[in-house]
Design a binder for this molecule. Structure first.
Ligand code: DQQ
Length: 556
């Protein structure tokens, strides 16, 4: 088939023309369903991103493939042919999630992925690039020894999946963790190998928790204690701590555990156990699942991706012709306190910033709103620093009676407190009947000061039949704290918000009916009784990222 700009576009755009919810700079496939990020990696100057994809519909499929895209900057992408598709007895019923490991010395990327085999058992397989001199690594070859791992004793045959990036211990052996379940116990199992092809399972689970369902997509990586730089997955020394991330199937949420990884006995000792309350650490308190990180050695940073699902109905997904997208890749590092991770959108996203507006020293008295005009509010990057009144004046909160998620629900944003709620109304209609409120409210408890951060979607759309849950969490603040910061990446149906320079992240998916395209507005607001000051607000319209299709896709 000869390619020209007309038929390229018509082939790409089988989705309906009017697409108010399709994102401009968040990664999406040209059409149909996507979920987990798979095997993100940087290899010889190119970023590779694979993802779970149903190439036939905007719904999860019975034969999932690994779609593949490449980029030079993690923001503009070229979509390639599928890298891995069901074809062999060991993956005939789907190619599910997995990760990449770059073998040092040989400098060869190896993918470990889960196959759903001809008996519908979950097994682990290897794929390697066919031609290392192709900079885009378009073709992948399945290993002759596949499957290289089958469900071990004590693991259900249909709950054994999602190999992590492997790491090399001080003894030179490779190790990898796999998500699993047995009855009520969700677990992460550890395998070891000397040659990356022959793997043996460790009898004791690497990690286990009750009543969480399968521990999907485990991710295990070191973080520097003294630097925001990332480190390679195999690094083990006194200057790092380790992070184990689990995607808990029953909760549909990602949790992470900081801890000590001692290669002497091969155990990971998390600082705390999973307790199932708001005290458990999460990358993101909103819509964010199956995340996966990789070490970007080009810029010495660790980057995190995650699947951001729809909150709309399945039928609307089918009507739109697509479902699912990815968060903007985030740099992740250990907070100075050593007790939590910080996240920030990669700096490359700022290349999309254009028209900028700034507000400085604007007082927001209780009950006021201020329109932030002059930018394209449907696709924007907004950074705001609020100056707080004395936090000593904050109202009292009895923590034993509060669940942050419940408190952040519908009426909370309009209920006036002393300090807050204050923040942004994003993707708002002119009359504010539709808006998503991202906001803070300060309290004092019996022994400390805390801040609530919420993303309230209850007024995000006049449409019914949407999941309009609100998300929120609580974090400590310094009694001498004078300011608090918020950044929101707004992109038509997604708002990713970063509170306190990336300490707390909340992602929302919303589908306004009035606030679309040119009718989208952005406001700052304060519903607290005490005034807060916008010390500084900078907002930019965001350009469209480029999502191109590799022409070789059409040469078949
Ligand atoms: N999605 C994949 C599985 C994984 C789940 C299938 C997590 O491998 O456990 O698409 O979203």
């Amino acid at each position: 088939m000869e390619i020209n700009s007309d038929n390229l576009n018509s082939t790409m755009n089988k989705v309906p023309q009017k697409q108010p919810y399709r994102t401009w700079y968040h990664f999406q496939p040209p059409k149909h369903w996507m979920n987990d990020p798979n095997a993100p990696m940087y290899y010889k100057g190119v970023y590779h991103f694979f993802y779970q994809h149903n190439p036939h519909a905007a719904t999860f499929g019975e034969k999932m493939v690994w779609a593949h895209s490449v980029s030079y900057d993690l923001i503009n992408w070229i979509h390639l042919n599928h890298a891995i598709e069901p074809s062999e007895p060991f993956d005939l019923n789907s190619c599910w999630s997995g990760s990449a490991t770059i073998i040092p010395g040989k400098e060869q990327p190896v993918i470990l992925y889960s196959g759903i085999d001809d008996k519908k058992h979950q097994v682990q397989n290897i794929a390697t690039p066919k031609n290392l001199s192709d900079p885009f690594l378009r073709e992948w070859v399945k290993h002759p020894q596949n499957p290289v791992m089958t469900p071990p004793i004590g693991v259900e045959v249909d709950n054994f999946r999602d190999p992590s990036t492997a790491w090399q211990g001080k003894d030179g052996k490779w190790r990898v963790v796999i998500g699993a379940q047995n009855g009520d116990e969700g677990k992460v199992v550890l395998y070891q190998s000397e040659d990356f092809a022959n793997w043996t399972v460790e009898l004791n689970p690497f990690f286990a928790s009750d009543n969480t369902g399968v521990c999907e997509c485990p991710d295990f990586f070191p973080v520097s204690i003294n630097s925001t730089n990332g480190v390679d997955t195999s690094v083990q020394n006194q200057s790092v701590r380790h992070v184990l991330k689990i995607s808990y199937y029953r909760r549909n949420q990602d949790y992470y555990f900081l801890g000590k990884y001692d290669n002497g006995d091969g155990n990971f000792i998390p600082d705390v156990k999973f307790i199932g309350t708001s005290l458990d650490l999460r990358f993101d308190y909103g819509k964010f699942y199956a995340s996966k990180s990789f070490f970007d050695h080009a810029k010495s940073r660790r980057i995190l991706w995650a699947w951001v699902d729809e909150c709309d109905t399945r039928d609307h997904g089918i009507e739109k012709g697509w479902a699912g997208l990815q968060c903007i890749p985030r740099q992740v590092w250990l907070d100075e306190s050593g007790n939590r991770l910080m996240q920030w959108p990669i700096e490359e996203v700022e290349k999309l910033r254009e028209k900028q507006i700034s507000i400085k020293g604007e007082k927001l008295v209780g009950g006021s709103t201020l329109e932030v005009s002059g930018i394209t509010a449907s696709q924007a990057d907004v950074e705001v620093l609020f100056e707080l009144p004395e936090v000593e004046n904050a109202e009292f909160l009895d923590e034993s009676e509060v669940d942050p998620h419940l408190l952040c629900s519908e009426e909370y944003v309009s209920r006036s407190g002393i300090i807050g709620p204050f923040g942004l109304f994003a993707l708002a209609s002119e009359d504010q009947t539709e808006h998503t409120a991202i906001f803070f409210r300060i309290y004092k408890t019996s022994n400390r000061y805390v801040c609530f951060m919420c993303s309230d979607q209850s007024r995000s759309s006049l449409r019914e039949n949407l999941d309009k849950s609100s998300y929120g969490t609580i974090f400590d603040i310094d009694p001498n704290q004078k300011t608090i910061s918020l950044r929101s990446l707004i992109d038509r149906s997604i708002i990713e918000s970063f509170g306190e320079k990336g300490k707390i992240c909340i992602t929302s998916r919303v589908y306004p009916s009035l606030a679309i395209d040119k009718d989208v507005h952005l406001f700052a607001f304060n519903n607290g009784r005490q005034s807060v000051v916008i010390s500084e607000l900078n907002a930019w319209s965001m350009k469209h990222a480029e999502f191109d299709q590799d022409q070789s896709i059409y040469q078949q």
